[in-house]
Design a protein around this ligand. Structure first.
Ligand code: HEC
Length: 249
């Protein structure tokens, strides 16, 4: 009888432990996955719009230059216009003074804050991380970013949320200092794509993934060519070997 009880306790503890482990990160379908995966230029352009209109108010993107946008299908003229809408602090000039000028395609994305202290001061003490390589810097990469943006749900009953913090299902520790940045319709699309929260989150994540690894397509393309080369070379060597050794027994 006691043995049955011990076995029961053992199994119930396993079941309990399984219930307590947090939910698995849901997988999302991305066009850039797999060895033949490619970026969706239209999605990246829409994602860039979401980034500029929403995220760039708080997050920098220091590793990106405006001219990089040519890679996702903007023309040089368009990139010139996009850049010129930002103001850059340049200098010093011949008189030793700093001056402001419109940004050019060869400039880096303009930072929303003058320095890190201002960034913290404006965000309740929390630092909004630079988003240039964020999909590489987090476990589960794009799946994490996508789910995080949509992960603002009601906290479980009885959970205390810190001052200026928000409950997020996917943030490690479940508390985040970033208010939910995206809701249905937060950004209007020009190409008629539905602008629900899922679509906006998917597009901005696509943009961030491209920003973190703009050379991905070239890398995958080269990988496929190298594999094909070895298959062909292997076949030729095999046929040559058979032919050379044909008459020797
Ligand atoms: C109002 C300012 C604000 C806006 C707008 C904003 N963020 Fe944030 N974000 C923050 C702050 C502050 C943090 C740091 C949160 C923390 O450490 O708790 C953060 C953190 C993050 C993180 C890192 C989470 C982690 O795992 O550490 C990601 C990713 C992120 N933001 C993406 C975005 C994206 C994408 C957008 C645009 C759709 C956006 N943010 C818009 C303020 C903002």
């Amino acid at each position: 009888m006691r043995l049955v009880f011990i076995i029961f306790l053992f199994f119930s503890s396993i079941i309990n432990a399984a219930e307590m482990t947090s939910e698995k990160m849901p997988k999302h379908d991305w066009s850039f996955e797999g060895i033949t995966g490619t970026f969706d230029r239209a999605a990246i352009q829409r994602g860039y719009k979401v980034f500029t209109e929403v995220c760039s108010g708080c997050h920098s993107m220091k590793l990106l230059y405006y001219r990089d946008l040519i890679d996702v299908g903007f023309s040089e003229a368009q990139v010139k216009v996009i850049a010129s809408e930002y103001t850059i602090l340049d200098g010093p000039n011949d008189d030793g003074e700093m001056f402001e000028r419109p940004a050019r395609p060869a400039d880096r994305f303009v930072n929303p804050y003058a320095n890190d202290n201002e960034a913290r001061a404006s965000n309740n003490g929390a630092y909004p991380p630079d988003l240039s390589v964020i999909t590489k810097a987090r476990k589960y990469g794009p799946d994490y970013i996508y789910n995080l943006l949509l992960g603002y749900v009601e906290p479980p009953e009885g959970m205390e949320i810190g001052n200026g913090m928000y409950y997020n299902k996917w943030m490690p520790g479940n508390q985040i200092a970033m208010p939910a940045p995206i809701a249905d319709g937060s950004v209007d699309y020009d190409d008629g794509t539905d602008n629900n929260a899922q679509q906006l989150s998917e597009d901005v994540t696509h943009f961030l993934q491209w920003a973190a690894e703009p050379e991905m397509e070239v890398r995958k393309n080269l990988g496929i060519k190298v594999i094909l080369f070895f298959i062909i070379l292997g076949t030729i060597v095999y046929l040559a070997k058979n032919r050379l050794w044909r008459d020797i027994h």
